[in-house]
Design a protein around this ligand. Structure first.
Ligand SMILES: [Zn+2]
Length: 362
């Protein structure tokens, strides 16, 4: 029997720049098939002819695109059409990715018991979601559900999670949000329980790939109030701490949304450890401006340059919804002058941040 190619096999071949002809003609898992299509190679058809010179073929480097694109106005309508769509190969691939991310959030200890939930938007009015009362580490594609944007379940044998409403609140407010991941990772959830967000101007990567973390005031999970509260923040924030609850992140696909979750928890963990080492030292707002511009160039939204004054950039915390005092309120106010010429951050400023976060974490 011919070799069965998995997505991992295909990724390895692509990474090596190897010819994909054999794989395209071999037996393929659904995700492997999808990866080949993203390389513009039709499974079952030979790849482009080998280079007659015999030298290795050069592939144009390209990022894989896992974002789900549907035809606007083309959602299946009848029950039979929805059922067929729900069990189609293209949706099977997305279901497998959701289960894969479920396994990863469980492996990382971001969820316990039946906690957390995941969604992927697959139409104008259709969203795949995880079911209620299930461990995210042990789901199979058959466990998943399909809902409309009002939360009505339209396919799937298990009942959908009640927290899907929060995900839908995000998707209704921000069309770029094609997937949401909600979990309770310990460090980020601790910040949510304390009612604080990490200050800006500390680490470059979160500024570029995560943006400013939002903070939603406490509402009962799964309620319309929580969906409204969190949804209203989605345009400005891809990662939102839900006070006294956990974290929800959105992205263009499920892996992207999951990355934001990892970024958020790692950032909160680093800030927590930094507190034990004497507190953070911030870089200047000019450097933050460069990072935000880089983020915008990568196509990720960021409201800070449009809405904040230069001297407010390092304040970067959401003071409009936070019921607890923010570290940002004193971290880099407009009254405080620029960084000293020696490049050393203001010690009093560092102490202010440290004291405020420590006070709130205690
Ligand atoms: Zn939750």
């Amino acid at each position: 029997m011919s070799k069965l190619y998995t997505a991992r096999d295909i990724e390895a071949l692509i990474a090596k720049g190897a010819d994909l002809t054999d794989a395209a003609n071999g037996r393929l898992t659904p995700m492997a098939r999808d990866l080949l299509r993203q390389q513009k190679i039709k499974p079952g058809k030979p790849a482009a002819a080998a280079n007659p010179s015999g030298t290795p073929r050069i592939h144009e480097p390209a990022l894989p695109d896992y974002e789900y694109h549907w035809i606007p106005g083309g959602d299946p309508k009848t029950a039979a059409e929805i059922e067929k769509f729900f069990y189609s190969p293209e949706i099977q691939v997305i279901k497998e990715r959701i289960c894969h991310i479920g396994r990863r959030i469980w492996d990382k200890g971001y969820v316990d018991g039946n906690g957390g939930n995941i969604t992927v938007r697959v139409g104008d009015n259709l969203v795949l979601c995880t079911p209620t009362l299930i461990s995210k580490g042990f789901m199979t594609p058959d466990d998943l559900c399909l809902v409309d944007l009002d939360g009505n379940q339209v396919a799937g044998t298990r009942p959908r999670t009640s927290e899907v409403n929060t995900h839908l609140g995000i998707m209704k407010n921000e069309p770029k949000a094609k997937s949401c991941v909600h979990a309770h990772p310990v460090y980020a959830t601790a910040f949510a329980v304390a009612g604080v967000t990490p200050p800006a101007c500390l680490i470059p990567e979160p500024e570029v790939f995560l943006g400013e973390i939002g903070l939603a005031s406490y509402q009962t999970p799964g309620t319309p109030e929580n969906a409204r509260e969190v949804g209203a923040l989605a345009k400005k924030h891809q990662s939102i701490l839900m006070q006294n609850h956990g974290v929800i992140c959105w992205g263009k696909d499920v892996e992207d949304a999951y990355w934001k979750m990892e970024n958020t928890d790692a950032f909160c963990q680093t800030v927590t450890v930094t507190m034990q080492l004497g507190g953070p030292k911030q870089y200047g707002t000019d450097k933050l401006r460069e990072l935000i511009q880089l983020r915008q160039k990568l196509g990720m939204p960021d409201h800070r340059l449009d809405e904040l004054k230069e001297c407010e950039l390092c304040d970067a915390g959401d003071t409009t919804v936070n019921t607890a005092p923010q570290p940002s309120a004193s971290s880099c106010s407009c009254q405080i002058g620029p960084e000293p010429s020696g490049g050393e951050p203001d010690e009093a400023l560092v102490q202010q941040i440290t004291d405020l976060i420590m006070k709130q974490l205690k």
